[in-house]
Each structure stands twice: as C-alpha cells, then as structure tokens.
Design a protein around this ligand. Structure first.
Ligand code: TZP
Ligand code: MG
Length: 232
C-alpha cells in the first residue's frame, strides 16, 4: 500500500513522528538533507509545519518533503492546510483546535486520508472521539522553546488521563512538547492511563531538527521507543 487510503487501512506507525521546523536547522544544514537523514535514522511519519512562509513557499516545501518521504514510504501530514494537503497529495492533515473542523476537512479530502487533531485537555479528546479522528496529538507534555504555548503544560499524569478517553476507540495518540532522548523513557513510562493505555508515539521538533546529526538523533529516539515497547 502506498496510497493514503491504503496506509490508513493498513495502519501507520506513529512511533517517531517528526514535525518540521526549518527555523531550527543548525547553520549549514539544509532542510532536505536533514529530513532525509532523520528518515533514514528512523522517523516513521512527517508533519510539515512551517510558520512564517507564504502559501506558495509552503506548497513548495511540502511537495519536496513528499518526494523524499515517498522514497521511504513514510506518510506525510500537512499542518493546518487542507488545501495544501490536496495540492500535493499528502496522506493527511493535522488540525489545531482553531483550524477547520474535522467534518469539513473530511468532506474535502480524499477518502482514507489521515486526520489528526491537537488536544490540550480531556474535552478535546472527547470531541476527537466523536469526530472519529485517526490520531490525536497531546501537548504540551513538557515545556518547550519551539512554540509559544497558549494552554498550560499538561505533564505526564495529565496525558495519562487523556489517553484513558481513547480506551476501546482505536484512535492513536502521540505526545508533543519538549520530548528529547534525555526524557523520552520517563515520558513513555509516565504517559500511561490508570487503565494501562500508553502512547503510540512521540512527536518531536527540536531534538531532531536542531541536531547536526538528525539521523543519529532519530535512531537514538527510535531505539528508546523500542526499548519501552519491549519492556511493557
Ligand atoms: N505543539 C505543542 S508543543 C509543540 C507543538 C507544535 C512544539 C514541540 O517542539 P519540541 O521542539 O519538540 O519541543
Ligand atoms: Mg494549527
């Protein structure tokens, strides 16, 4: 399967979800070079999230991203912009709480497209369940310099309470915000509901993108994730 519909039918691996951010690249590191290295290191999904670029530039970045991701059969998700997802044939979109509604996005996108939603509290997760999204992004779990936060830091116990709402739904969950190789294991162990519901993956910007060796950064994160899955 390499179509959007095929991937969502087959289920995708959310374990190491890269969110792009060209502003964080170290000087001398090209975006596409960094992206490809990170995928070779073990990134399993890529979300194109670029603020401060105009629409044409965003489409250009997204289509270059898709060309590389296609080479490795890694799904590409577009932040906010359903039109951009359609324009480049992305696998799906990631919607914030103030973006287009899930129902509207689903009407516009091809059947089988992935739809993910940012959730900052239990009520958001309850709505995401009603909307039958494919996955939720929960954050910020820790403090972060990458995004000016508009909602409180959730912490691992808060994430656990949100995961519980997903019991029995099949909806996947990734946590985001300040996750690094240095805190990944305790993030994964901490973000578990009282019913034993754990994260399906982690979404990361700076720990990969700001690295001079994004491939090594990704492979380190991926191996910690595997270590967690084998221990639980
Ligand atoms: N949403 C909540 S925190 C965040 C986003 C997009 C940024 C996470 O970046 P980092 O560098 O992994 O902390
Ligand atoms: Mg958004």
């Amino acid at each position: 399967f390499s179509t959007a519909a095929g991937r969502s039918m087959k289920g995708i691996d959310y374990s190491l979800y890269l969110v792009t951010g060209r502003a964080l690249l170290p000087s001398g590191k090209g975006y596409l070079e960094s992206l490809e290295e990170s995928i070779r290191g073990g990134v399993t999904v890529v979300q194109v999230r670029e603020k401060d670029v105009d629409t044409r530039e965003f489409i250009h970045i997204a289509s270059q991203t898709k060309a590389i991701c296609d080479k490795y059969n890694v799904p590409v998700i577009i932040n906010d912009r359903v039109d951009v997802a359609l324009a480049i044939g992305a696998d799906g979109v990631h919607l914030g709480q103030t973006d287009m509604t899930v129902d509207m996005a689903r009407k516009l996108l091809p059947p089988g497209s992935l739809i993910g939603v940012s959730c900052n509290n239990v009520a958001h997760v309850e709505q995401a369940v009603l909307d039958k999204v494919d996955y939720i992004g929960v954050g910020a779990v820790w403090g972060t310099q990458t995004k000016k936060l508009t909602s409180p830091i959730i912490g691992v116990r808060g994430v656990g309470a949100m995961l519980r709402v997903l019991d029995g739904t099949g909806i996947k969950a990734v946590a985001i915000g300040g996750i690094k190789s240095t805190n990944l294991l305790r993030t994964l162990h901490g973000c578990v509901s009282t019913t034993g519901h754990a994260l399906d993956g982690v979404a990361i910007v700076s720990d990969i993108v700001a690295s001079l060796e994004p491939g090594q950064a990704a492979s380190k994160l991926r191996s910690i994730f595997k270590q967690f899955n084998e221990s639980s």
